[in-house]
Design a binder for this molecule. Structure first.
Ligand code: NAD
Length: 311
């Protein structure tokens, strides 16, 4: 039975990934310091025999060294995950995301872990012209968060050159799905809008709403993580998106259609650090990790709305 460490296991993606790994027969050690993660995300995991939870900060060197002992794969999801939060508080983001990643990678290589899969982000591309975004483009991180994710993937790749360890970085494009936190100033757009519109409230769009995103349902991201770990790719960063482009205005329209409502958004000024367009080229992901998104945007949105309706 393979043993995996999932950092950020109390988070949106880390908790779903942990469930999927358990379903696949893995033993999972979940690590999280519960800064943005939630205990509710751990509820069903805690009933599973092969899951252990460790309330640990990934910057804690000695705890991380112990936790990766005997582990085959590390799925590094822990991070302070928001662009606007990083603009408000660059030091916290840099510390958790850069020092945290270095600590996780160093523990992994000392313990002879086979593969580390690290979460990067489409934000590394910035507003560089040219769509879709291809991995060969020069990154242009425009926020402390984006820069910390670029550091994450560069360090992961460097480790595969310097040490005897496989590493794959996955550039996630706007992930959404059940369990994502809809609350708070830094909530992601889909859970936030779905929750507001379910309550009959008007969502606020920053800017004209014509900015676009390649929204990616969480199951696709989980599948990419598992294939990256179990496959033979190493020393690469690949896009994990859905291969589409939806504007924020269109997103509001889609949620209205699913809910049978006609709610008009409010428009406010654009936020610093937000990129204009984002759209993933998936050729490299197909070649390197045999990735193919299985759940398209529309189905993912319907499943997400249904989750929030019943939450
Ligand atoms: P999330 O906030 O739900 O999960 C991140 C988890 O990391 C949280 O549970 C948090 O408590 C934990 N964490 C933060 N700092 C920590 C530390 N120092 N020690 C231990 N745990 C710590 O966010 P998410 O959406 O699940 O994001 C997971 C990963 O995916 C992150 O690395 C994020 O940068 C990346 N990512 C997410 C998206 C997206 O759209 N959700 C897009 C691109 C990249």
């Amino acid at each position: 039975m393979s043993i995996a460490v999932v950092t950020g296991a109390a988070g949106f993606i880390g908790s779903s990934l942990s469930e999927a790994l358990l379903d696949r027969g893995y033993r999972v050690r979940g690590v999280d310091n519960l800064t943005t993660g939630r205990r509710t995300n751990l509820r069903s995991l805690k009933n599973r025999d092969e899951f252990e939870f460790h309330e640990v900060d990934i910057r804690d060197k000695s705890a991380m060294n112990d936790l990766v002992e005997g582990v085959e794969y590390v799925f590094h999801q822990a991070a302070v995950p928001s662009v606007p939060r990083s603009v408000d508080d660059p030091i916290t983001t840099t510390d958790a995301n850069c020092t945290g990643t270095a600590t996780v990678l160093d523990a992994a290589r000392r313990a002879d872990v086979d593969t580390v899969v690290a979460a990067s982000s489409s934000s590394v591309y910035g507003s560089s012209t040219g769509l879709p975004k291809v991995e060969s483009m020069t990154p242009d991180p425009e926020s402390p968060y984006a820069l910390s994710k670029y550091y994450t993937e560069k360090l992961a790749i460097q480790f595969s050159d310097l040490y005897d360890i496989n590493t794959v970085a996955l550039r996630y494009f706007n992930v959404f799905g059940p369990g994502q936190d809809p609350n708070g100033e830094y909530a992601a757009v889909i859970p936030k809008f779905v929750q507001l519109m379910l309550d009959g409230d008007r969502p606020t769009i920053y800017g004209d709403g014509e900015q676009s995103r390649d929204f990616t349902f969480v199951d696709n991201v989980i599948q990419a993580n598992i294939q990256a770990a179990e496959g033979s790719a190493t020393g690469v960063a690949v896009n994990v998106g859905c291969g589409g482009q939806v504007t924020i205005n269109e997103l509001v329209g889609h949620i209205n259609d699913i809910l049978g409502t006609d709610i008009e958004p409010i428009h406010d000024s654009p936020r610093p650090g937000d990129v204009r367009h984002s759209h993933a080229d998936l050729k490299s992901a197909r070649e390197e990790i045999e990735y193919e998104p299985k759940v398209d945007f529309q189905e993912g949105l319907e499943r997400t709305v249904s989750y929030f309706k019943n939450a």
